[in-house]
Design a protein. Structure first.
Length: 359
């Protein structure tokens, strides 16, 4: 199955380890190697290397080439980041350029999957369904009232079953909820986390873009004529400069008249979206006071804290509770662990101060 790996993004929530030249998806965050490599390795039974297309930022192309120097994956480097709708549209026209008209998978590059076998099984079933038309998404079965994710509401009754998987029609996509709403969604049992994973034939994607995002469609058609020509880079840049930055969820999925299906999937998924979510993911590695340590550190009378040392020096902590400490070559981050989603605010302030060497 042709797989489009969406490898853009700046990864500001993992600052100071994640930087603009080497964001989260190119880092070893979970301990299993760079996340984009882990994502591609996970697909080995589904897609050969030449069936993998990385869509990434121009500034990240050298790092991607280094990581995949011995692998025959395709790479498309967007000259400007324009969110997921242009990215998915670009993947669809490139799939057609490669002569692929069957259902393809669109996957984020920086997610963690604890049960890859179940994940691959789900993609195979979703791909079969998508080949018959419509758009299929994997719905992540929630295990807590999460306010940081969008949700997918399914129909009451399943349309069909494929082995251990049920297929439902999607009733609507829901924006990130309040805590009270998230508790309601969890208790209702008809809502899933939106992991941003979609499967559809290229023609289905492009027909929807033509209907709902006509300016994007026109740009993609102009670009499609230029693949493997001498003026491709120039055309790529000029087309992208004129595109609106818009997400696929907002631009297409919330408006489409296409049949949309959801396949509930319990595969140990995490978007690993912040230091806090990584702390939760690594619960099996806590000490007896629920501290998590990566690197060399000495903790005395500390609890519920995450210490991540990226230098050779030892980090010593005394009497900390619910704290995050990340020590790198140039910067030291100390924060309340519950505020780890807000590191992007630090990045924004450093940008205002002209501290580009720290971004």
């Amino acid at each position: 199955m042709l797989s489009i790996i969406m490898t853009g993004g700046s990864g500001t929530r993992f600052w100071p380890v994640s930087r603009k030249h080497k964001p989260k998806q190119f880092l070893n965050i979970t301990g299993n190697g760079p996340m984009v490599v882990e994502t591609c390795d996970r697909l080995k039974s589904l897609a050969k290397d030449d069936e993998i297309v990385l869509i990434l930022g121009q500034e990240h192309l050298p790092e991607a080439r280094k990581l995949f120097k011995d692998r025959n994956v395709h790479m498309l480097a967007e000259p400007i980041g324009r969110n997921t709708a242009p990215c998915i549209g670009l993947g669809a026209i490139y799939a057609q350029h490669l002569g692929r008209e069957e259902a393809i998978a669109y996957l984020p590059a920086d997610h963690y999957i604890g049960d890859p076998n179940t994940f691959i099984e789900a993609l195979k079933v979703a791909g079969e369904l998508a080949n018959s038309g419509g758009i299929v998404t994997l719905g992540i079965i929630p295990n807590r009232p999460e306010t940081g994710y969008g949700y997918i509401k399914r129909a009451k009754n399943a349309l069909s079953e494929f082995g251990k998987f049920k297929i439902y029609k999607v009733l609507k996509f829901v924006e990130k909820p309040s805590y009270e709403k998230a508790c309601y969604y969890l208790g209702k049992g008809e809502y899933f986390w939106n992991g941003g994973i979609f499967l559809a034939r290229p023609a289905v994607i492009l027909n929807n873009i033509r209907e709902h995002l006509p300016d994007l469609y026109k740009g993609l058609m102009d670009l499609q004529k230029s693949f493997e020509t001498q003026d491709f880079d120039e055309k790529f840049k000029s087309v992208y400069e004129g595109l609106e930055a818009i997400s696929f969820d907002f631009g297409i999925m919330e408006k489409t008249n296409q049949e949309v299906y959801v396949l509930p999937c319990e595969c140990g998924w995490s978007d690993v979206g912040s230091w806090g979510s990584l702390y939760e993911l690594k619960a099996s590695e806590y000490d007896d006071q629920q501290n998590l340590v990566a690197g060399e550190a000495l903790l005395i009378d500390c609890k519920n804290s995450f210490i991540n040392s990226r230098k050779k020096r030892i980090v010593t902590c005394l009497g900390l509770t619910d704290c995050l400490v990340v020590d790198t070559e140039k910067t030291l981050l100390v924060a309340d662990l519950s505020h780890s989603q807000d590191t992007r605010k630090i990045v924004a302030e450093l940008k205002k101060l002209g501290k580009d060497d720290l971004l």
